[in-house]
Design a protein around this ligand. Structure first.
Ligand code: MRU
Length: 371
């Protein structure tokens, strides 16, 4: 893996991941999200162990982008002559909760295997894996645009009157996690373009600050009116009547609609229910997992305690020092699960499910497969 500081900032939007053919062989170039917002630095992955490390450290993160990373990772292994099956296993195991990761890996592996079966040619099989990754990338961008439109229409229906909207969001769900503009933040972008965004409330999202570091970064680039709050300030914001809707993404949606997302999403859903504010999940169909029957069956990633016991370490800005006594035990789940009865609607590129039930989600999946 190598690191470079140049060329990481395209003029419009952000490019979180790209495939590049270089004289020494193909590489996967990632915008290193651990360095944002202070530095825009690219990571160049030449092999799967480097990519796995980037996934584990959250240099590349967010469910749809993990799907792309998984698919391109398989293509990278194939193009560089590594053992594709072993690479696929390593990638799938690198983080457990976001269903998109395994989905992306399996798509590329299937394309690779089919290529090998067709004519036994490794180079053509590698090309087939790369084409599968590129197709997923294009589809993700398309899904993002459709979710944005559907989500904005839903907000018009739920909150008619044409006034400005105050939207609360958690973690980061924008272009940094997607081939397009993202999921929940793509809806916010659409509302902003329509001139309807009065304020975006950005939860800082402890412990790794995806809200403060990444969502605020994207909101600022797009000139949105936004304010950052500590996660535990959300309650006072609701009680002051300052939130019109909550929009979040998802890492895995079980068959019954239970939704795993960044730790801190569930308390927002409880707050939203109490204050009668719509709580909307925005996610592509690739995040809906029919194999996981319910919320209790979702594996929630547990992360290292130092992420809680130490201040976040930001390049050039210090941090990384202990904020708790030596030997302190930490509880650090990366995600929590919100039950369907707390979710007003799930917005996908194929349609909106509201109320959220196992049957309604199942019907949407059937419709989208036959459509
Ligand atoms: O641990 P992370 O930063 O990968 O968690 C990301 C989230 O929880 C996002 O909200 C989720 O992946 C949806 S992204 C569209």
């Amino acid at each position: 893996m190598s690191v470079s500081g140049a060329g990481a900032r395209p003029e419009a939007g952000v490019s979180s991941l790209r495939w590049e053919e270089r004289p020494e062989g193909p590489v996967l170039v990632l915008l290193d999200q651990t360095r944002l917002p202070l530095e825009e630095v690219e990571l160049v992955c030449t092999d799967v162990p480097a990519l796995v490390e980037a996934i584990r450290t959250l240099a590349v993160r967010g469910a749809p982008l993990l799907g792309l990373a998984g698919a391109y990772g398989v293509a990278l292994a194939a193009a560089r002559g590594f053992d594709v099956e072993e690479a696929a296993g390593m990638l799938e195991r690198s983080r457990p909760t976001a269903v998109n990761l395994g989905h992306g890996v399996r798509l590329a592996v299937q394309a690779y295997r089919a290529g090998l079966r067709a004519d036994g040619d490794g180079a053509r099989a590698a090309a087939a894996a790369l084409e599968a990754a590129r197709t997923l990338h294009r589809e993700d961008a398309g899904a993002s645009a459709r979710m944005a439109r559907r989500g904005a229409e839903l907000l018009d229906e739920l909150l008619p009157g044409g006034g400005g909207l105050r939207i609360l969001t958690h973690c980061n769900t924008g272009a940094l996690v997607s081939g397009g503009e993202g999921t929940a933040l793509a809806v916010v972008m659409e509302v902003h373009r329509a001139g309807r965004l009065r304020r975006l409330w950005v939860d800082e999202t402890r412990p790794l600050l995806q809200g403060a570091r990444l969502t605020a970064y994207e909101a600022a680039r797009h000139g949105m009116p936004y304010s950052l709050l500590t996660d535990n300030a959300a309650g006072s914001l609701f009680s002051a009547g300052e939130v019109d809707a909550v929009l979040i993404g998802a890492d895995r949606i079980a068959a019954d609609g239970s939704t795993a997302n960044k730790i801190g999403s569930y308390p927002l859903a409880v707050l939203a229910k109490y204050h009668k504010v719509p709580f909307v999940v925005v996610a592509p169909m690739t995040t809906v997992d029919p194999e996981t029957p319910d919320g209790a069956s979702i594996e929630v990633e547990q992360r290292a305690g130092h992420e809680v016991t130490d201040a976040p370490s930001l390049p050039g800005a210090g941090g990384g020092f202990a904020v708790a006594p030596p030997g302190t035990q930490a509880y650090n789940p990366a995600f929590d699960v919100t039950p369907p009865e707390l979710i007003t609607a799930i917005v996908t590129e194929e349609g909106v499910v509201s109320p959220v039930t196992r049957d309604a989600l199942g019907e949407l999946r059937t419709r989208s497969r036959s459509g």
